[in-house]
Design a protein around this ligand. Structure first.
Ligand code: MN
Length: 129
């Protein structure tokens, strides 16, 4: 069974640590970027199975980074799940418009987070076949 790789693009260290911990519990390999520019480079280089994309990032934000990844042949097939804040209701629509495949709400619910991601991996498995 192949271990799935998740690229986390998140500039908040507390959130990054939490997401990393949960993903490792779920037996995922974790790649980390603290800004969109680095994240885009890592996505092209490592072709992760899933990208978790924070929206508010220094420089290029998560919406723009998603648009860039979804308009590149190399990376458009990688599912992107936006990490959106409960308070920012408009973010979900914008995330969808930018090409995100789904979203997970922050603050992250540690009990349900891994289950929320499962459907996106199944999608990528189907595309790989
Ligand atoms: Mn942020």
């Amino acid at each position: 069974m192949n271990q799935k790789t998740v690229l986390v693009i998140e500039d908040n260290h507390v959130n990054m640590k939490l997401v990393r911990t949960l993903l490792k519990i779920g037996n995922y390999q974790v790649l980390e970027a603290i800004d969109a520019e680095t994240g885009i480079e890592m996505a092209k280089k490592h072709r992760p199975d899933l990208i978790l994309m924070d929206i508010q990032l220094p420089g290029i934000d998560g919406f723009e980074a998603t648009s860039i990844l979804k308009s590149s042949e190399d990376t458009r097939y990688i599912p992107i799940v936006a990490l959106t804040s409960y308070a920012m209701d408009g973010d979900k629509k914008k995330a969808e418009e930018a090409g995100c495949d789904g979203y997970a709400c922050k603050p992250i619910n540690t009990r349900t987070f891994l289950d929320e991601l499962t459907p996106f991996f199944q999608d990528s498995t189907i595309k790989d076949l």
